[in-house]
Ligand binder design. Structure first.
Ligand code: NAD
Length: 354
């Protein structure tokens, strides 16, 4: 039976992950695919239990599993630890590196029921349906870093190999091929050599995908275009830091960060998690929105287990619950029926059946 390593982590992670697992069990009831879900400690919870944010037992389980399902890590209690020991660095970057998760995928789709929850105007966001692909294990965040004296200075090296660019760009073309066949490669080729190199590799890979329309856009323009006219985009592909910034910006196009699911892949192996953090301000109060985590479960079925039908069933159930006017507090407006974390899980489960 395929294995899923379940890492609830800290804060609201402990509340939202169980709801997503219930929904996954629900959608797979009676299906030919059955998954074994087993929990492991990670983040601040693991520091408290065994002294390390990414214990050896957890890392081994993640390496051996077919997929990893994560809640969130971090919180004020561990903020004073030295950077390499902190949950976010040790656990998140540690897992990405150890599992070689080079591709981060974040779908951004405006569900009709949430159009008025966005901070942007209805006519701007209502037709948003795009995917951002971010390179996750290269570039500035992983390049050589250092300090110099006389005068005091600091540097971070941005370096991309041809192979690193090719594999993420290829995934971009593959993703676009299954959607509206438009790929926008985002770079800063007017200034950066790594971006000019990125473009060369992209143009070479494009020859294998004549059915996909390729465009290039500078990252500053892409940020502006995403809030001006997001429906022009189908799939965007970009390097690590540009993607970090653009995905947070894009999360607001779907109403709330509490709706944004995320998959980090190395082939079929993937780590699935909501895009938000551990929300210590609302943790333990049954207030957190579990939908981004539930939608991350749909991504897991799609990308690690090739179960498109069941993935769509989860996405449709979430749509139905929102259409019926149910909301967690982060999305609620006057007239909505406000639910707690567990009750939102119940509602999605019920909608799966209906
Ligand atoms: P956050 O995403 O945890 O919270 C930002 C705001 O959004 C808060 O007001 C929070 O209540 C709200 N929010 C977030 N998720 C929500 C949900 N599902 N439902 C309702 N409201 C939600 O970001 P932060 O406050 O900057 O960080 C808190 C902790 O999480 C920090 O320790 C940070 O390092 C960590 N963090 C972890 C991850 C991760 O595990 N992937 C990502 C980002 C931040």
């Amino acid at each position: 039976m395929p294995k899923v390593a379940v890492l609830p982590g800290d804060g609201i992670g402990q509340e939202i992950v169980p709801q997503a697992i219930r929904v996954l069990r629900g959608v797979l009831a009676g299906a030919s695919l059955q998954l074994e879900f087993k929990e492991y400690p990670v983040g601040g919870a693991a520091i408290d239990a065994v002294g390390r944010a990414l214990p050896e037992e957890t890392l081994t389980a993640c390496r051996e599993a077919d997929a990893v399902f994560l809640g969130a890590v971090g919180g004020p209690k561990w903020d004073t630890l030295p950077a390499p020991e902190r949950p976010e660095t040790a656990a998140l970057l540690g897992l990405r590196k150890a599992l070689g998760l080079y591709a981060n995928i974040r779908p951004v789709r405006m569900l009709p029921a949430l159009v008025d929850a966005s901070t942007l105007k209805r006519e701007v966001v209502q037709n948003t349906d795009l995917v951002v692909l971010r390179e996750l294990t290269g570039g500035l965040y992983f390049g050589e870093k250092g300090r110099k004296d006389n005068p005091p200075a600091a540097y971070d090296l941005m370096l991309y190999t041809e192979g690193e660019v090719e594999r993420i760009v290829r995934l971009g073309f593959e993703t676009a091929r299954l959607r509206r066949k438009k790929l926008c490669s985002v770079d800063k080729a007017n200034v950066l050599e790594t971006s000019r190199f990125w473009r060369e590799v992209t143009l070479r890979v494009a020859a294998d995908y004549p059915e996909v329309e390729l465009t290039h856009m500078y990252v500053d323009n892409a940020a502006m275009q995403l809030v001006r006219y997001p429906e022009q985009f189908d799939v965007l592909v970009t390097e690590n830091m540009f993607g970090d910034i653009l995905t947070d910006l894009a999360s607001m196009l779907s109403g709330s960060i509490g709706m944004m699911a995320s998959a980090s892949l190395n082939g079929k192996k993937g780590l699935y998690e909501p895009a938000h953090g551990s929300a210590p301000d609302i943790a333990g109060k049954n207030l957190a929105n579990p939908l981004a985590t539930i939608l991350s479960g749909a991504l897991m079925l799609r990308y690690s287990f090739a179960r498109e039908k069941e993935a769509l069933a989860i996405e449709e159930a979430v749509g139905k619950v929102l259409d019926a006017g149910y909301r967690t507090g982060d999305l609620a407006q006057a007239g909505d029926k406000v639910l707690g974390t567990k009750e939102m899980g119940d509602a999605v489960l019920a909608a799966l059946g209906g």
